[in-house]
Design a protein around this ligand. Structure first.
Ligand SMILES: CC(C)(COP(=O)(O)OP(=O)(O)OC[C@H]1O[C@@H](n2cnc3c(N)ncnc32)[C@H](O)[C@@H]1OP(=O)(O)O)[C@@H](O)C(=O)NCCC(=O)NCCS
Length: 210
């Protein structure tokens, strides 16, 4: 049966061949000028708990508990390893020292053609361009390796830094809306942005994303 499928697939043009289910192995390690994005592991737990236990971070993202404990960090690492969070989650680390700086990731939407981008950095590491560098690496990886048409990003209306990161990555404003925030304990107003593949191709060929 396998060989029949293989033959069948090979007789069709590439765009019509059956695609196997994506798995965690579709989240390659990403290298950029100053960063390595890799899967979170147990050695990150202390730094993760230390940096994530910050209301300035928790209240800007949707699902981070606050306060954030060692147990929360260990559980997060365990669930990302098990694929239980159901998305590509990366530890953002310094390429030269290996230091853990924060996390980023993508989560597929049910429509099969959109992924959602998310990120946070430990507060001591803000305003050094790391989130933009990480988000641009992730964006490039998504459009180069995945069959998606667009990447969405949402930030709280009050989140000036994240809006700037999103804009520096070439996303376009779509609409405002409301999203549940675990740490806030209710709905918060957000802005929704989108980068589609055609725009990304144009921006890359223009060499003008930064
Ligand atoms: C949002 C966040 C990831 C940004 O990380 P970062 O590494 O500091 O981002 P960068 O340095 O790449 O870019 C930040 C930009 O915002 C700008 N910025 C930051 N605070 C600002 C302010 N108060 N007013 C105006 N601009 C501001 C910076 O100047 C920079 O823009 P520039 O390069 O044009 O100068 C970080 O602040 C964070 O983790 N916040 C809490 C969690 C969060 O908001 N996650 C995103 C959820 S949508």
């Amino acid at each position: 049966m396998f060989s029949e499928m293989l033959r069948d697939g090979q007789s069709r043009p590439p765009e019509e061949r059956p695609r196997p289910e994506r798995s965690r192995t579709d989240c390659p390690i990403l290298l950029s000028q100053r960063l390595v994005l890799r899967a979170p592991h147990e050695d990150d737990v202390d730094a993760l708990a230390h940096l994530a236990n910050n209301a300035n971070i928790a209240t800007m993202v949707a699902r981070m508990p606050h306060p954030y404990t060692i147990a929360d960090a260990a559980d997060f690492v365990r669930r990302t390893k098990a694929g239980a969070i159901g998305k590509c989650v990366y530890a953002i680390t310094k390429a030269d020292t290996g230091a853990f700086l924060g996390c980023c990731g993508i989560e597929p939407h049910e429509d099969g053609k959109t992924v959602e981008l998310g990120y946070w950095l430990g507060e001591p590491h803000w305003n050094k361009g790391y989130a933009t560098e990480a988000a641009q690496s992730l964006t490039d990886m998504v459009f180069r390796t995945r069959d998606v048409e667009q990447i969405d990003a949402r930030c709280r209306v009050m989140n000036i830094a994240s809006r700037r990161v999103i804009q520096k990555c070439g996303f376009q404003f779509q609409a405002t809306g409301m999203v549940q925030s675990l740490a806030v304990g209710g709905m918060v107003p957000v802005e929704w942005f989108r980068l589609d593949r055609r725009t990304w191709v144009s921006l890359k060929s223009w060499g003008n994303l930064g």
